[in-house]
Ligand binder design. Structure first.
Ligand code: NAD
Length: 406
């Protein structure tokens, strides 16, 4: 466990003792870098924090990424062997941002070494792995966090408030979707995301996990589902060593098979009686990054879409003179927004949500308290995923059986 240290040169009024949190990062691609950058930004954005993080060691198999971690991000050291991250005595928290099928062994090793663990969603590539990861963290008594970053969008927090305080009346139905175009080009390379042995399942794991997690936060558990999955682009060009899912091959490149699903859709009944639909796709053309939801109640409705993350669409029945949706702009009157920009309609961005989630996770670690969303919340999603996959096989409605072990 880390020692309490006095903070030097802190900005703002709160200059008391702050908890030092030594950080190790495993996987230094998109999200490993996003978390590292976010941790570096926290001191300038959250003056009232009660911790200070230190980037201790970065683990990645690619030497150029390791070099960048030290030279550009200021990690004290880097390694090609992830075990050196979890075993480092000056690391208190391990951030895991490696491909999904590596998650569970990394979580188990970090938890066994007594490190708190933040793992990118979905925490493993299969429901069984997520359950294992949750058990490992619980048995070791370490704090877990999971990268459901859309939970932290200021206008999503406001939507939750409008649902909870009854402004929308009784909720009747819900639509969740995550439509991305990252796999819409058949020449998009066969990165790890398209391979069951590296990613686990496809869009159910990668995208629908976000959609259903958000619905869980807003409306509670789902009781039963009926769903379907499909792979529309069955082979792709084999990438070079550092190819990401946004990379593009050439027509003459050798190709190999896609081994997980491009599309998933499901109809569901929430335990509360709300009816809902969810869809996720990575191969369709049109919506580029629509992580979006709509909520319909007896007194109003609302909708939010990552493509316009600083706007909430709101309809209120009581406003009889002006029917139709209005646009509520993001601004500093909503949670966290003012930490980034003052006023109204001055927007924040995708990575700012990562800053907020890292700030909140580190706060939980500094306070020594359980964090939400943690691995138990990840298990709630895979419980729904397991029912969806059963339904895609059986063609029938399937009950959601909770895989939580507590
Ligand atoms: N929350 C979000 O919005 C969001 C967005 C994107 C990705 N993710 C999640 O983040 C994780 C990583 O995704 P990404 O897009 O950053 O992937 P990426 O391919 O950009 O990065 C993965 C990194 O892991 C490294 N790696 C592979 N094997 C390794 C090993 N054995 N040891 C150490 N490093 C290894 C790779 O070299 C690469 O640098 C995934 O679990 C994904 O689901 C979450």
């Amino acid at each position: 466990m880390s020692a309490t240290t006095e903070t030097l040169g802190a900005r703002g009024a709160s200059r008391g003792a702050r908890r030092r949190i030594g950080v190790g990062v495993i996987g230094f691609g998109w999200l490993g870098q996003a978390h590292s950058r976010s941790l570096l930004r926290i001191p300038t954005l959250f003056a009232d924090r009660d911790f200070d993080t230190e980037l201790v060691v970065c683990g990645d198999t690619l030497p150029e990424r390791r070099d960048d971690a030290v030279r550009s991000f200021g990690f004290a050291r880097s390694t090609g062997d992830w075990r050196a991250v979890v075993d480092d005595p000056s690391v208190d928290v391990v951030f895991i941002a490696a491909p999904n099928m590596l998650h569970v062994q990394l979580v188990e090793a970090a938890a066994a070494a007594g490190k708190h663990v933040f793992c990118e969603k979905p925490v493993g590539g299969t429901p069984e792995q997520t359950v294992r990861a949750e058990k490992a963290a619980r048995d070791a008594g370490v704090i877990s966090g999971v990268g459901y970053n859309y939970r932290w969008a200021p206008l999503v927090r406001y939507a939750r408030q409008l649902i909870a305080d009854g402004t929308l009346g009784e909720i009747t139905n819900y639509r969740g979707r995550f439509f991305s175009m990252y796999g819409s080009d058949p020449l998009g390379v066969l990165s790890w995301r398209f391979l069951v042995d590296q990613a686990g399942y496809g869009v159910t794991t990668d995208l629908m996990s976000h959609s259903v997690d958000l619905a869980h936060m807003l409306l509670g558990p789902i009781g039963r589902v009926v769903g379907t999955t499909e792979t529309f682009i069955t082979e792709r060009p084999v990438p070079g060593a550092a190819g990401s899912h946004y990379g593009r091959g050439r027509p003459e490149d050798p190709k190999a098979a896609v081994t997980n699903e491009d599309y998933a859709g499901m109809l569901c009944e929430f335990a509360s009686g709300v009816r809902g639909t969810f869809e996720a796709s990575r191969s369709m053309v049109g919506p580029e990054s629509q992580m979006a939801f709509e909520v319909y109640g007896t007194k109003g409705a609302l909708g939010w879409n990552l493509e316009k993350l600083n706007e909430l669409q709101l309809y209120l029945v009581e406003d009889e003179a002006h029917t139709g949706y209005r646009t509520v702009f993001g601004g500093d009157r909503f949670p966290y927004h003012g930490n980034f920009v003052p006023g109204s309609a001055n927007g924040i961005g995708f990575e700012d949500l990562v800053v907020i989630e890292d700030y909140e996770f580190c706060r939980s670690v500094a306070a020594g308290r359980e964090h939400e969303p943690g691995f138990a919340d990840a298990v709630d999603w895979v419980s729904v995923q397991a029912a969806l996959l059963r339904s895609a096989g059986s063609g029938h409605w399937e009950d959601v059986v909770s895989l939580r072990e507590d």
